[in-house]
Structures are given as structure tokens and as C-alpha cells.
Design a protein around this ligand. Structure first.
Ligand SMILES: Cc1cc2nc3c(=O)[nH]c(=O)nc-3n(C[C@H](O)[C@H](O)[C@H](O)COP(=O)(O)OP(=O)(O)OC[C@H]3O[C@@H](n4cnc5c(N)ncnc54)[C@H](O)[C@@H]3O)c2cc1C
Length: 1597
């Protein structure tokens, strides 16, 4: 067989369609050609479905010789069909079909043409070939062509990019290049692609460097940008204007030759076409894998950049054979060949299923070595990718051809979402080969349509699998959406300004990354709808629900897998016939269990519906969706659900709190048993609804029972009561060697637990878990023999990382405990006979009887395919493996756990763990079983390394960490939820806020749906990465949990039970006092922003601080570049990053904390105080906003800005940086240390505030206005203290300087350099313009006491609102295509991140609405002229985009201040000088009364005297107020506020818990009530606060 009968093209005797790479007459085609597969006979026969016994070559020739008639009329209709046909024309093929068959499938034709002319034209129409898909067939060929042409100057500079950027000399280097024309006579076609990529990178980098030249932030040169090095006339395209001619001109020329009317850099250019392949011959399973590529021309040279771009290239490359598979599908459709179509669709599905794995090479996990992509580094990435002009297409992931093609393949019709519109837009810019191929697929022989019309269930199943793999929640789009969410959240919080899909728009209610998440969801739904109908829920809401189970199956058999007579573990085989399901080793099955008939009977009999099992039921809750789902799966209309369905498929056990409460309320609290269950301290209760109803039916009056469960109605109460059950997950235990597997095995261990005492009474009873009891029922139960009539719903999912290595020679070790052996059976079946690498099993089970799959394993061991080591925990009849014979020999061994076994086998285990570089085998380690198995295995491995290879536990950890980083350790932990005790103390919000883990070795807590978890140990192994979980530290992240479908996901909730520390104190009940309730929300929102800012800053801070924060930093890449042999070169990256980071804080004035959000609080508190005071408009108020303004514009602040601006100067001109490098680093380190301290202090103040809110929850609401006044005064003080802290921050930082010759390497040279500089440029320390510093006008503070009235506050707010940027109208109509891209070029707003802009934007909006709503009262309180209140109206008035939230003006004018004059001159609001108010007001009285001096806090270096903590402050005013009745246990506490305790010292941040005891069994309120656990009846009566007497507290002042 030779290329004369190429099976790909079918051409006989012609030349190879792929090109010249083949060697004539040889067996192999050109490198990588499918034809080379012919060298592996097995593959060709499978690929072409060649029947057994038929000679391959002859068959292939015959296939090509088939006549058109034979192809089109292969299925001659039966007589019956003929008779039934009225229109006989339908029996004959139409002309279009005939022509197409004669010419070949359109998609194939485009492929062939592209292959034919591609090589001759330098692939300028785009890469497209059957073997390489959209990836270049040869990554190096074109680059060599460029290198041998004059264009080499461009590629040379590309190689120097990271170096010149690090030196700050890139622009200089680019401008110095000679001008080489990009015309045909200079640059050959063969070199076109790399020329385009090189020039694209150079031009974009030039733009980036120009925009970020150390003047974009705090600047001393008044907006003067560095000189243009690149002007070359006006007659140039907008995109290259300002760029040096040496790169701009050829870029235009080359772009034009490539069919790009406007030069632009695509995402594909940066990644897929910018990699080099390490081993081009490697074909498993595709060439351009992450591990087989290098980034050819890194731009900045960072690990994150490399990992990110390579990861994107890998994802696209994983689709390498996609175009061929799609063309083959089309061919099969044309020929109406079901079998061929099935084969090709399965191939396509498997290709798509690889994409998420490829995408996972982009890992947000710091322990993932070179795969790690840090979210905060994305900030720079977004800036680099900005398009060259507003009209050029922006770089976007949607430029990757697989997505555009798959949308066409699936016949997507709807492109209305933001991303849909963008995809269409980008398609128009795609290379012509790609567009032609897409058109060929989209407009001819629709595969989904053919499948839909066919009655072949296998095709339907596989098509469903394709849809899921591409755009399903567990498929590529789902995976992509989750990862982007995590990365974007971190990036937005750490300074990403660029928006995606309007996601940074301040008017948008949700936060930027949540908006993007929503946009992705819209696009996913558009893709899914043609197949699944109108989708009403969000994709993530389908996770962990029945919607993941889209196939129907039946249980075929249950078998013993060991010698355990109880069959605790069973092999359960399911029927997959005709489902179209395929799976890989390591995949999991999701299954919707059915309740046992016994449990159903208990419920049915108690409710009296045993005769009504088939009666229809009115559906509520999720049941209608479930009915629709059943219909969709069966491809029929939604069925009518009956009683039987509800009790068989609903959640009956265990008893959750909500389920018991429902029964309690339905029975009008009349059942003692129900009350008894409600008094339980641990939830869920170990029992079922059947148990509960059985018991309750006898102790509830029958008329109540009959009313509750009314049988004459349509039984909607049944679906109200019983919710649909959630699916369970099981590892798939087999890997059949079939194209479409006909069966699927599970290894199911029956979960058993003791029935709770309330139901069990004196006769203990063991219950089986719902699902495991259904799949593997107890042999003594009747379930074993009863037939299962209903279909079971199942679905396949693939874990993020639990797959066999690509390299069949790699050794694999399997660590299994009990049923943890489940997935390994699929592994060994897949590797048997195919892979040469060693397989070693370490198995831990209780006894010899429970040794699963013993016979199968022994056979494998004897065949040399498995090594087996066992540990029996309750059996001394041990087994020893003899490697030579492959036999397991009996040997007495004391009972032991798996960790001892691992230690015993330590030498081999260490070899497996250690990488090849470390001298080990670089084996793959898989751990599977329960959490305790996982813990035991890890302990064993650590110990083994310590015993055999290392001297300290630290070095053992390092060795293990390397294995994790190389992704060679993979886990599949079987998590089963555990009941939680609910009688734990509650944790206040302020306590949660303190656990942010931003300091080394401090704990990380998160709050989720009323519970607090300590996730310190979990963070490093969180699949979504450490940063995403840490970025939610200290706050309630329930929303994120919901968005990521973690809520309700049994796997997640099981895991969290391990980290549960207590219940979160709920929002206090202010008994309908809306003002208090709103204020609480606002304050909590402020605290949240502060905590999030603190945590996010830390991500960056640790890089500047280095070891000071405990995190190791890569100084080689950050502050120094290529530190070799002690020769360090300062890296501009560190300098620039610090400059941008600090500028952002200074320019925005820590805008998240001191911007609009703070002003909103001040406005509302001031309003409250003024409104409630008899002095009204004259009420004296602390001048918080003025204090912030004074701090931001103080001399110290100006001095700080100068330092930062000077650092920025080094970005543009790095020559001086080397003399001050240590000074810069020391300054940066000090600066961020002070930043963090400031943030911590602000957090502490905000915590005091929230404590105060919680304290007043007990105060009788009858006295609301006084409560409010007291609270508002206290909160105002806190805000004032925050402002003072800002002032202290500036004053502390102003003490530091980058000029520290003494610490430099060569102090003398440094001094000399400084002298020279000063002689040369004495103005370096003089601010040329006040305007550019701080982004606001400066003025000098006054010394007098800072007390103002409401008018002053209002004028601040007025000014802020007036100067706010106009609100961008939320996109209501379909965006125009170009407008979408134009958005990407928008300049960042005042350096504030999308996170900050959003937070402040929302606050601006709220302030505007507040003013609007309270206009009357405000008029009464204010002497200011009325202002337009509606924010939108005001925004329209200010069409110029003034950005950010400006510093508020001084509260009083100063005749002495020159800057004050500037304010008036600058057209700012005219502030009237406000006389000091000395008269007393109740508000101010309270304000004064709660101040308490603290010794040693009087200097300017300290904030104003701190008040007592919130609780104590409020407490001191209690005498005036009534106290709401409380329980006796509460009254016995040391004082009303005695349960809140904070150290009065500002610095002493208490880490200890001050937990409040609650004795209530199920209301997680932190206010304890009278003990209900002892008195069941009292429960009914004490729903709201009990009957305890009000307590009078003696006044303390
Ligand atoms: C990735 C993965 C793979 C798995 N693979 C396998 C496998 O191959 N083989 C295997 O046997 N098992 C496997 N499991 C475990 C399996 O999914 C089930 O958890 C197990 O079978 C028990 O389910 P059940 O319905 O029988 O028990 P359940 O009825 O769910 O009850 C089990 C226990 O959990 C408690 N419980 C139930 N619901 C809650 C709740 N909401 N809150 C607190 N506690 C609760 C019950 O009180 C009871 O003690 C795997 C789990 C995961 C996550």
C-alpha cells in the first residue's frame, strides 16, 4: 500500500494531497498525515470499519470505486414503504445530492483545496488540513523562511522582547530597527505567518510600552508622555500611527498580503502561531500539547504568560483532528451511512471531550508548577491585548477556530448574546480557508438535522454527548466559564480595568466577574436551546441535579466482587445498549437513585395514598422541570407525574431540617414526635420521611392529619413536601474494548447508618443509604428480588484530573481503600496489553474476604501486568507479592492500614513519587477512596520519603510538591456528607472578617449560607486555585457559591463538613425598622469591600514584600532578571508593577474605602443625625469627608506621590534604576507594609461598627429614633477615625525614600549618580502640576476643630455626584458588532479596577436615589440651592467623562491656601465658608459622651481617641433606652454587651473567638433563647424571643 491509494483523499495514483513531505514509495506519508496511520494496520481497519477477513488495500480501493448510485441508493426502500409513499419523487435523489456526491462533501473539498494550495502560498488563507486541523503542519518551517529573509530583524527583536522590556529599552530597540519592506520581493510567501505574528507582537508591545511608560499613574510631569520615537508621517493607517516605521510599515504590508485589511493581533497569533513544537513526531493524542510545546516569542517572559498562552494554544490544538472528523461526518450524512456517521461522531465527541482537559493545563493552582497562571497577572495581560485602534478587532478567545466551527456544526442560529454577537463579528475577520470551511459545514448537509430525523437512538445519544462535551455545564464551555470566573474575580480585584461584555459598567448590579459569568451563560444557553428547548435555569443550576442525567438505563446484574457474604460491596452492571454513551477510564457516573419500596410504602400508607399510586399530582417546585427533563430525555412530551413517581424519586431520607419543619407546619405543630425530632442537635436526622410520618400519624389528631394531607385535592401538597432527590456519583469500573460500550460496571459499597433513637426506640436498626441501598441492597431486604420497572436516569462526567498518562510506558501506582478500587479496574482494563508501563496496586481493605476483584487481579499479576500489595486492617492472614512469579503468597502479617503498607514498600513508592530529574521514575500516582483513605495514603507517602530519601519533613514535602506540580498525583475522593451539629456557638460577622489569612500562617475563613468554614488547609488543594478561595476570605461568599453551583453539590458540601467551625451570626432583626436594616446592609457592604480589598491587595503585596509576608517570591523574575552567578539586572517589571499598584491606590485615594462608598455612609448617617436632631440644619457633625480630603492632599501625601512618581520615571528611563535598586525595593516593601496596616486598621474600625449593629438588636424598637441617633453618632466617629488613619498612613510613608545610598551595592556610585542627576535636572523633585498628583486639587488643612453641618456634607456629595462619570446605559438592544470591540480600547478609568469602579458606581447611584427619595427632608435641612437629584439626569448633564470619585473639597475655605484658590479657579463647586458650630445638640452630646481617651494616643501619629468598642459604647447609653425582652440565659451574661469583647487597643486584633451560645436547636440566631431542648412545648410558644422579662440596665453616665 502506498500513497497511490491514499485513504484520506481516495486519490489513487495521484500525488499526496498533503504535499511534498512524503517519501515516494515508502510506507509512511508525510509527517503526521493520517496516511501514516497505515503503518499501524489496526488503526486503519478501525478507522475505515474494514470488515474482518477483507484485505485492507482491496477494500479501500473498492470503497473509492463505489458508484454514485450505489452510494445514494444503498438502502432500497421496502415494498411496504413504497406502497405508503404518495409522492414518488421523494424516492429519488435530488440534483444537489447527486452533484455533491460526484464532487465530494463540501467540507472535504475545502479541506483538500486548502491543503493543496496552502504550502505554496505560505498558508496565507489560513491553516487548514485534515491531519493538523487549524494548526500549522510545521511550526518551524515558516520561521526558518523568515530567518533567511531580511525580515529576520523582526524575529531577532522578538527574541529580545523580554530582555528589552526588563531593561525598559524595548521602544528604543524597535525604533532602531532598519526599515524592511513587507512586500513580495523582500519577504517570501513562505515567511508570511511568522512575519505577521512577529510584527503584530512588536507593534502591540510598542503600544503597551508607550501607554505604560511610568506616566500613566502618579506623575510629576503633568501628563507629558515620553517622546514619540515612532512618528513617520500622517499618511498611515490609524492602527500604526505613532509606531516606528520599522515595524508599522511592514506590519501593514504583511497584513494586507494576508487578507487583513486592518492590521490586528489575534489571540491565535499570540498563542497557536507563536509556539514551537518540541517533538513534531509525537502524535499522542495530538501534536500541540502543552507538554510538547514552548512559547516561541514570549513577550514579557513571565511563567504566567507562558502558561496562559500555551494553555490556549493547547486547547485549540486539542481539536487538531476536529475538521477531519466533521468533514467525515458530512460525507457519511451525504451517503446516509449511519455506521460511518456514528463512528465519526464518536471520534468528534472524543476530540471535544479532550478540550476541557487541555484547558485545564491553565491552572490557577500555585502548586501546579509551570502550568500555574496567577489571576492577578491577568491584569497586565488584558492591557497588552488592547486592540491597536477602536476599529480593529480585539483579541478574543472567540477567535479560536474550533468554537466558530463547532457553532456552525451544531447549527447555532441565535447570536444575540454579547458573546454571540462578538463571535459572529470575529468570524468575518477569520482567514478565508476557515470561513469557507465553516460555510461548507453550516450550509450543507446539517449533521444535527440528519440525526434528529433518524430513528437511531445511538446517533441521538452521541449527538447529545457532542452537545454536552462542547457546550454543556460539564463540557468545555462550562469548564471555561468556571475558570474565567475565578481568574477574573482575582484580576478585577487586583486592578484589571478592562471590561468584557460591559462587565465593568458601574450601573450593572452584579459585580464585573459575575456579569461576565452571566454573559457566558447566555451564550451557552443559545447553543443548547436547539437541542434542549427553552432553558429557563442557569447552566450552573443544573450541576448536581437530575439535569446532569440525560440518559436512561436499567440495572442488569448485581454481583459479588469478593468473598464477603453480606456483599457490602457489589459489582453493579448497567445496560447501555442504544444509549450512545461512551466513556474513558477515570470517568464517573451520575445516577438518580430510586427510593426503596419499603420507604415508599411507609410514606404511602401513612398518607393514605397507597391506592392512588398512579394518580396524577399537581407539580410544584422543581418537579415541573423534572417532568420536562424526563420528556426531553425520552424525546417525547413531558409525562404526567403520578404519586408513585414522587415518592419513588423524591427525597425521603435522611430527614433535613426543612423537611421536618414542613411536616411540623402542615400538622399545625400538633405532633409530639415531630417536635421531638425538631429538638435534635444534629442535622440531618438519621431517619426517613416514612419513619417520621409513621410515627406522627399515631400521635396527631386525625382531623388535622386529614386537613394537612387532603386526598380530595390534586395533591400539590405532596410535591410541596417532597423535593426531587439529587444524583449520586460513582466511579466507572470497566473499560470495554467496544466503539459503543453496551454495559457499564460500578463498584458500589453499601452505606449504612444507625436509625436515630426517636424512631428506633429500644431496638437499634441499621439503614442503608438511599443510592447505595438501591444499587446494592442488603441481601436480606426485599429490594433484592423486586423488579425495577422504572428507567434510571444516568449521566457521565469527567473529573478535572483523574486520567491515565498519555505515555503508555509511564509507571502507574494505584492506592485504593475499600471500594476505592472502583476506577482502577477501568484503568487496568484500559492498559492491559496496550501499555508497557508498570501497574502497581496498593490496596487497603478490612480482611481477606473483602479483597475485591481478587481473581481478575491475580490473572493480571501472573501475566506480568500488575503488581499487588495489600494491607488488611482486621486480618492477619496477609498476602505477599512475588514479583518474579506474579503470585500472591500467604504470610502471617499483623493487621495494618494502608499507610504502613506504603512505608513498607517505601523504596518503590519513592521512586514513583520522584521526578525523572530527581532520579526517580516520574510515576503517576492515583489515590481513591474515602477521605480517611486519602489522609492515610498521604501520611504513608510522606513517611516513606522521609525514611528513604530525605532528612527532614520539609524536604519530603518539597519532593511531594514537585510530583503535584508535575500533575502526577491525582485524587478521586469519595465524599459522603456527614450530619452537622447545630448547637454550636455563632460567629459574628466581625469575627469572620478578621480571618483573611493574608498574613503568613493565619487562618482563612469563609462564610457560606449561614455557616463558617476554616478552609486554611483546603485552600492549597482547591481545584479552582488558591487565589479564588482566598479572595473570598473573611466574607460571606454564598453568592459565589451559588454562581459556581457549589451550593447543593453533594461533593462540595461533603467536603465542607470537614472544615465547619460554626454558624454565622445572622442579620439582626430590627423588627421592621427599615432605616436601621438598610444601614446595617450598607455598613456590612462597606466592611465587605474593605475585607476584599485587603485580601486582594495582598496577592500583589506579597510579590513586593517577598519574605516579609512569608510567601516565597520569584525575585529572579520580579525584581531581578536572570540572576546568574550573582549578576543581577534590575527588572523593570518589578518597578513598573509597584508603580502601577501604588499609583492606583494613591490616585484613587484608596477609592474602594475612601471613595463613594464612604460618602454614601456619611450622607446617610449625617442625614439621620440632622433629621433626628432638634437643631435640624445646624446639627453639628464630624467633618469626615473634609478629613479624608485633607489627608489625601496633605503635604505628606504630596511627598509620597513624588516618590512614586520618581519610581515611575525609571520605567521610561531605566538607566538610573541600577543605582537605587535596593532603595526602590526597600521602599516598595515598606510602602506595601504600610498599605496593609492601613487596610487592617480600616477593617478593624468597620468591625467595631458591625458589632455595634449587632448589639442594638436587643434594644426595644419603640425607641427607634434614639437608637438610631446613638448608633449613627458612633458610626460617624468610626468613619472619622478611618479618615485620620489615612492621614497617619501618608505621614508614615512620607518618612521613607528610595534614595538610600548606604544600602546599595556601590554606595559611592549611587551618591555620585544622585549628585549628577540633581545638577543635570534639579527639578526632578518639583511637582510640575498639582493636577496630576492624586487626581484632585490640593489644599492645606486647617488646625481648627473639624465640625461641620449638614449643608457641608451635602455639598460634598453634590460635588461628587456632579463630577461622576456619566452612567453608561445598560445595553438593552442588540449591540452593534463594532461597538463591542470599540469598548475594549477604552482607556482605564483613573486607574481604578473594575471592582472599585463597580463598588463606587453602585454607591453613586444609591446616593443619587437617596437624595431623590428624601428631597423634602433634605430641603428642610439644607440651605443649599436644590440640585438635580437623579443621578442619570446629572450624568447626562456632564457629558465629559470625568473619571473616578474625586477628592471632596475642604469643608471650609482658607484664605491662606493657594490651592483653595485653584479649586475655585478650576470651576469646582463654590463652598461657602461654614462658621464653627459650638452649640450643643443631642447628636453631638452623644458623640462627645462616647469618646474615651486612651493613654499614649495623643500625638499626630495616632488616630483620634478611640471610642470603646461598639458594644460598650452603645451600652453606655442604655439607660435611656428600653430593652427588648430576652431569654434568661441571655440575662445571665455579664452585661448586655458583655458577650462582645474586643481589645480596646487598635493594634491588638483579637484572633480569639468570642462566640455566643445559642441554645435553640434550629434557629441559628446568635441571641440565645430560653432552653428549648428540655421543653418541647415551649418551642411552639417561643418562636419570637420567648417570654422573659425585660431587663432594666442602670445608666452608666
Ligand atoms: C467522586 C465520587 C466518586 C464516588 N465513587 C463511588 C464508588 O465508586 N463507589 C461507592 O460505593 N461510592 C462512591 N462514592 C460515594 C457515593 O457517591 C455515595 O456518597 C454513597 O454511595 C452514599 O450514598 P447513599 O445515597 O447510599 O447514602 P445517603 O442516603 O446519601 O446517606 C449516606 C450518609 O450521608 C448522610 N447524609 C445524606 N445526606 C446528607 C446531607 N444532606 N447532609 C449531611 N449528611 C447527609 C446520611 O445521614 C448517611 O449517614 C463516590 C463519591 C464521590 C463524590
Amino acid at each position: 500500500m502506498s500513497e497511490r491509494s491514499c485513504p484520506v483523499s481516495g486519490t489513487a495514483g495521484g500525488r499526496c494531497p498533503v504535499g511534498t513531505g512524503s517519501v515516494r514509495g515508502s510506507q509512511l506519508g508525510p509527517r503526521g498525515c493520517s496516511f501514516s496511520g497505515f503503518a499501524q494496520p489496526g488503526d486503519v481497519r478501525t478507522a475505515f470499519n474494514i470488515p474482518n477477513g477483507v484485505e485492507t488495500e482491496e477494500w479501500l480501493r473498492m470503497r473509492e470505486r463505489k458508484a454514485i448510485n450505489e452510494i445514494l441508493y444503498s438502502d432500497v426502500p421496502s415494498t411496504k414503504e413504497l406502497n405508503a409513499t404518495s409522492n414518488i419523487d421523494a424516492l429519488t435523489a435530488n440534483e444537489q445530492d447527486l452533484l455533491a456526491v460526484a464532487l465530494g462533501a463540501p467540507a472535504r473539498q475545502v479541506l483538500l483545496r486548502a491543503e493543496e494550495i496552502g504550502r505554496q502560498t505560505g498558508w496565507r488563507d489560513g491553516f487548514l488540513s485534515a491531519e493538523f486541523g487549524f494548526v500549522p503542519p510545521d511550526m518551524d518551517e515558516a520561521v526558518s523562511a523568515l530567518a533567511t529573509s531580511p525580515g529576520r530583524v523582526w524575529s531577532d527583536l522578538c527574541e529580545r522582547m523580554p530582555g528589552t522590556v526588563s531593561r525598559g529599552r524595548f521602544r528604543e530597540a524597535a525604533a532602531a530597527l532598519p526599515v524592511i519592506e513587507g512586500t513580495e520581493d523582500v519577504i517570501p510567501d513562505a515567511a508570511l505567518w511568522p512575519a505577521l505574528v512577529a510584527l503584530g507582537l512588536l507593534c502591540s508591545l510598542y503600544r503597551y510600552e508607550e501607554k505604560h511608560d511610568g506616566h500613566e499613574g502618579v506623575s510629576v510631569t503633568s501628563g507629558v508622555k515620553s517622546t514619540h520615537l515612532g512618528d513617520w508621517g500622517d499618511d498611515v493607517l490609524e492602527e500604526v500611527r505613532g509606531l516606528p516605521r520599522s515595524i508599522g510599515r511592514p506590519y501593514c504590508q504583511i497584513s494586507k498580503r494576508m487578507g487583513r485589511p486592518i492590521p490586528h493581533l489575534t489571540f491565535v497569533d499570540q498563542s497557536s502561531y507563536n509556539v514551537t513544537v518540541k517533538d513534531p513526531k509525537s502524535k499522542h493524542p495530538y501534536v500541540g500539547r502543552f507538554d510538547n510545546t514552548e512559547l516561541r516569542w514570549p513577550i514579557f517572559g513571565d511563567p504566567t504568560e507562558k502558561a496562559f498562552l500555551k494553555g490556549c494554544a493547547d486547547t485549540s490544538a486539542s481539536f487538531q483532528h476536529g475538521p477531519d472528523a466533521i468533514a467525515a461526518c458530512q460525507e457519511a450524512v451525504m451517503k446516509r451511512d449511519h455506521e460511518a456517521l456514528l463512528r465519526e461522531m464518536i471520534r468528534l465527541k472524543e476530540i471535544l471531550e479532550r478540550m476541557p482537559n487541555a484547558f485545564h493545563t491553565i491552572s490557577p493552582n500555585p502548586s501546579s508548577g509551570e502550568n500555574f497562571v496567577s489571576g492577578d497577572e491577568w491584569v497586565r495581560w488584558a492591557k497588552f491585548s488592547a486592540p491597536l485602534s477602536a476599529r480593529a478587532p480585539a483579541s478574543s478567545g472567540l477567535q479560536f477556530p474550533p468554537y466558530l466551527l463547532m457553532d456552525a456544526f451544531l447549527g447555532r442560529k441565535k447570536y444575540e448574546s454579547f458573546l454571540g454577537a462578538e463571535g459572529l463579528h470575529l468570524r468575518a475577520w477569520a482567514p478565508s480557508n476557515l470561513r469557507a470551511f465553516i460555510a461548507a459545514v453550516e450550509y450543507h448537509y446539517s449533521i444535527p438535522e440528519f440525526v434528529a430525523k433518524s430513528d437511531d437512538p445511538r446517533l441521538h445519544g452521541v449527538m447529545d454527548g457532542i452537545v454536552e462535551a462542547y457546550t454543556g455545564e460539564r463540557g468545555f464551555m462550562g469548564v471555561h466559564r468556571y475558570k474565567v470566573f475565578g481568574l477574573l474575580e482575582v484580576a478585577a480585584k487586583t486592578g484589571r480595568t478592562e471590561t468584557n461584555g460591559n462587565s465593568g459598567q458601574s450601573g450593572v448590579i452584579v459585580r464585573p466577574w459575575e456579569e461576565t459569568h452571566k454573559q457566558f451563560s447566555e451564550a451557552m444557553k443559545e447553543r443548547l436551546e436547539p437541542f434542549r428547548g427553552k432553558i429557563t435555569s442557569e447552566p450552573h443550576e443544573m450541576r448536581g441535579t437530575f439535569e446532569e442525567c440525560r440518559f436512561r438505563s436499567r440495572i442488569l446484574t448485581r454481583q459479588f466482587v469478593d468473598n464477603d457474604p453480606k456483599r457490602s460491596i457489589a459489582k453493579v452492571t448497567l445496560d447501555l445498549q442504544d444509549t450512545g454513551i461512551t466513556f474513558q477510564p477515570g470517568d464517573r457516573l451520575a445516577i438518580m437513585p430510586l427510593n426503596s419500596w419499603e420507604e415508599c410504602a411507609k410514606v404511602a400508607l401513612a398518607l393514605g395514598v397507597e391506592e392512588m399510586l398512579d394518580s396524577p399530582v399537581g407539580l410544584t417546585g422543581k418537579w415541573p422541570r423534572f417532568a420536562d427533563h424526563l420528556g426531553s430525555v425520552a424525546r417525547q412530551p413531558a409525562p404526567q407525574l403520578a404519586v408513585r413517581d414522587i415518592i419513588r424519586r423524591g427525597h425521603l431520607a435522611p430527614l433535613t431540617q426543612s423537611l421536618v419543619l414542613k411536616v411540623h407546619s402542615m400538622l399545625r405543630a400538633s405532633s409530639n414526635v415531630v417536635l421531638q425530632v425538631l429538638a435534635t442537635n444534629e442535622w440531618p436526622v438519621r431517619g426517613s420521611l416514612g419513619d417520621l410520618l409513621q410515627a406522627a400519624v399515631v400521635d396527631t389528631p386525625s382531623h388535622i392529619w386529614d386537613d394537612a394531607f387532603d386526598l380530595s385535592s390534586n395533591l400539590t401538597w405532596l410535591t410541596d413536601l417532597i423535593e426531587i432527590e439529587i444524583p449520586r456519583t460513582y466511579s466507572i469500573s470497566n473499560y470495554p474494548d467496544e466503539l459503543l460500550p453496551s454495559t457499564l460496571d460500578l463498584t458500589v459499597s453499601r452505606a449504612e447508618y444507625d436509625l436515630c433513637d426517636t424512631f428506633a426506640g429500644n431496638s437499634p436498626s441499621v439503614k442503608s443509604g438511599v443510592s447505595s441501598g438501591f444499587l446494592n441492597p442488603s441481601l436480606t431486604s426485599s429490594e433484592e428480588t423486586l423488579p425495577i420497572e422504572e428507567d434510571i436516569l444516568i449521566g457521565i462526567s469527567r473529573p478535572v484530573s483523574f486520567q491515565l498518562p498519555l505515555d503508555g510506558a509511564a509507571p502507574c501506582a494505584y492506592f485504593a481503600g475499600g471500594s476505592g478500587i472502583a476506577p482502577f479496574r477501568s484503568f487496568w482494563q484500559a492498559r492491559a496489553g496496550r501499555a508497557v508501563g508498570r501497574n502497581i496496586l496498593y490496596l487497603g481493605v478490612q480482611s481477606r474476604e473483602k479483597f475485591c476483584c481478587e481473581n481478575e487481579l491475580r490473572e493480571m499479576a501472573q501475566a506480568g501486568q500488575m503488581e499487588i500489595h495489600t494491607a488488611f486492617s482486621r486480618d492477619s492472614r496477609g498476602l505477599v507479592f512475588d514479583r518474579r512469579s506474579g503470585e500472591l503468597m500467604e504470610k502471617h502479617t499483623p493487621p495494618r492500614y494502608i499507610d504502613s503498607l506504603i512505608v513498607e514498600q517505601g523504596d518503590t513508592v519513592c521512586d514513583l513519587v520522584m521526578s525523572k530529574k530527581q532520579g526517580g521514575l516520574g510515576g503517576y500516582l492515583y489515590i481513591c477512596g474515602s477521605v480517611s483513605v486519602f489522609d492515610s495514603v498521604m501520611a504513608g507517602i510522606r513517611k516513606a520519603i522521609y525514611n528513604h530519601r530525605s532528612t527532614t519533613m520539609e524536604s519530603s514535602e518539597a519532593i511531594l510538591a514537585t510530583a503535584f506540580a508535575e500533575r502526577r498525583v491525582m485524587l478521586d475522593v469519595f465524599l459522603t456528607p456527614k450530619p452537622l451539629a447545630v448547637n454550636l456557638p455563632t460567629i459574628p460577622q466581625s469575627e469572620l472578617a478578621l480571618h483573611t489569612g493574608h498574613r503568613p500562617n493565619t487562618p482563612v475563613w469563609i462564610g457560606v449560607h449561614g455557616k463558617v468554614y476554616d478552609v486554611t488547609d483546603f485552600a492549597p488543594i482547591h481545584p479552582g486555585g488558591t487565589l479564588i478561595i482566598r479572595s473570598n476570605a473573611g466574607v460571606d461568599c454564598s453568592k459565589t457559591f451559588d454562581d459556581l453551583a457549589h451550593t447543593g453539590n453533594p461533593e462540595v458540601s461533603s467536603l465542607l463538613t470537614r472544615y465547619f467551625v460554626g454558624l454565622l451570626t445572622p442579620k439582626p432583626d430590627y423588627h421592621g425598622v427599615e432605616e436601621l436594616s438598610n444601614l446595617y446592609d450598607m455598613w456590612l457592604g462597606y466592611l465587605r469591600t474593605v475585607v476584599e480589598t485587603l485580601v486582594a491587595q495582598q496577592f500583589q503585596m506579597s510579590r513586593f514584600l517577598g519574605s516579609a509576608m512569608g510567601d516565597p517570591i520569584d525575585t529572579d523574575n520580579w525584581w531581578f532578571q536572570n540572576s546568574v552567578n550573582g549578576i543581577d539586572l534590575i527588572n523593570i517589571k518589578g518597578i513598573r508593577s509597584f508603580y502601577q499598584y501604588q499609583s492606583r491606590l494613591l490616585q484613587g485615594g484608596f477609592s474602594a474605602m475612601f471613595g463613594a462608598k464612604l460618602q454614601e455612609l456619611v450622607l446617610k448617617l449625617s442625614f439621620s443625625l440632622a433629621n433626628s436632631s432638634s437643631d435640624g440644619a445646624s446639627t453639628r457633625l464630624p467633618d469626615v469627608l473634609g478629613a479624608v480630603a485633607r489627608a489625601k492632599t496633605s503635604e505628606n501625601a504630596v511627598a509620597v506621590s513624588r516618590q512614586v512618581a520618581q519610581i515611575g520615571e525609571f520605567v521610561r528611563d531605566s538607566s538610573g534604576a541600577r543605582f537605587m535598586e535596593r532603595g526602590i525595593i526597600a521602599y516598595a516593601s515598606k510602602s506595601v507594609e504600610l498599605d496593609i496596616s492601613l487596610l487592617e486598621d480600616i477593617r478593624q474600625e468597620a468591625c467595631y461598627g458591625i458589632d455595634a449593629f449587632e448589639s442594638i438588636a436587643d434594644i426595644d424598637h419603640a425607641n427607634d429614633s434614639q437608637t438610631m441617633t446613638t448608633l449613627a453618632s458612633f458610626l460617624m466617629q468610626l468613619l472619622e477615625r478611618m479618615a485620620k488613619r489615612l492621614e497617619i498612613f501618608y505621614s508614615n510613608l512620607a518618612q521613607h525614600s528610595i534614595v538610600q545610598p548606604a544600602i546599595e551595592r556601590n554606595p559611592a556610585r549611587t551618591r555620585w549618580h544622585i549628585v549628577k542627576q540633581r545638577i543635570k535636572d534639579g527639578s526632578i523633585f518639583i511637582l510640575a502640576s498639582q493636577n496630576t498628583v492624586m487626581g484632585a486639587t490640593a489644599y492645606v488643612p486647617e488646625k481648627a476643630q473639624h465640625i461641620v453641618n449638614f449643608d457641608t456634607v451635602l455639598s460634598h456629595i453634590h460635588k461628587t455626584l456632579a463630577e461622576a462619570p456619566p452612567q453608561e446605559a445598560p445595553a438593552t438592544s442588540k449591540p452593534t458588532l463594532n461597538s463591542l470591540h470599540t469598548q475594549r480600547t477604552l482607556e482605564p478609568k483613573n486607574g481604578t479596577s473594575a471592582f472599585e469602579s463597580h463598588a463606587n458606581g453602585t454607591a453613586l447611584h444609591n446616593m443619587s436615589s437617596f437624595v431623590d427619595k428624601n428631597m423634602r427632608a433634605i430641603r428642610r435641612l439644607s440651605k443649599l440651592p436644590p440640585m438635580p437629584t437623579n443621578f442619570d439626569i446629572m450624568a447626562q448633564m456632564h457629558s465629559t467623562s470625568r473619571v473616578g470619585v474625586t477628592t471632596p473639597p475642604s469643608s471650609r475655605s482658607s484664605s491662606r491656601s493657594p490651592t483653595r484658590m485653584m479649586l475655585s479657579q478650576g470651576g469646582g463647586l463654590n463652598i461657602r465658608g461654614m462658621p464653627m458650630m459650638h452649640q450643643s445638640s443631642p447628636a453631638m452630646d452623644s458623640y462627645a459622651n462616647i469618646m474615651m481617651p486612651i493613654p499614649g494616643m495623643h500625638t499626630a501619629q495616632h488616630p483620634p481617641t478611640p471610642p470603646l468598642d461598639g458594644a460598650a459604647a452603645i451600652n453606655s447609653m442604655m439607660g435611656k433606652l428600653n430593652v427588648r425582652s430576652r431569654s434568661t440565659s441571655r440575662a445571665s451574661s455579664p452585661g448586655i454587651m458583655g458577650n462582645i469583647s474586643h481589645t480596646p487597643s487598635m493594634e491588638g486584633r483579637s484572633q480569639s473567638l468570642h462566640l455566643r451560645q445559642t441554645s435553640h436547636p434550629f434557629v441559628p440566631g446568635h441571641r440565645a433563647r430560653s432552653s428549648t431542648s428540655t421543653s418541647l412545648r415551649s418551642f411552639k410558644l417561643s418562636q419570637r424571643g420567648g417570654q422573659a422579662q425585660a431587663i432594666k440596665v442602670a445608666p452608666t453616665f
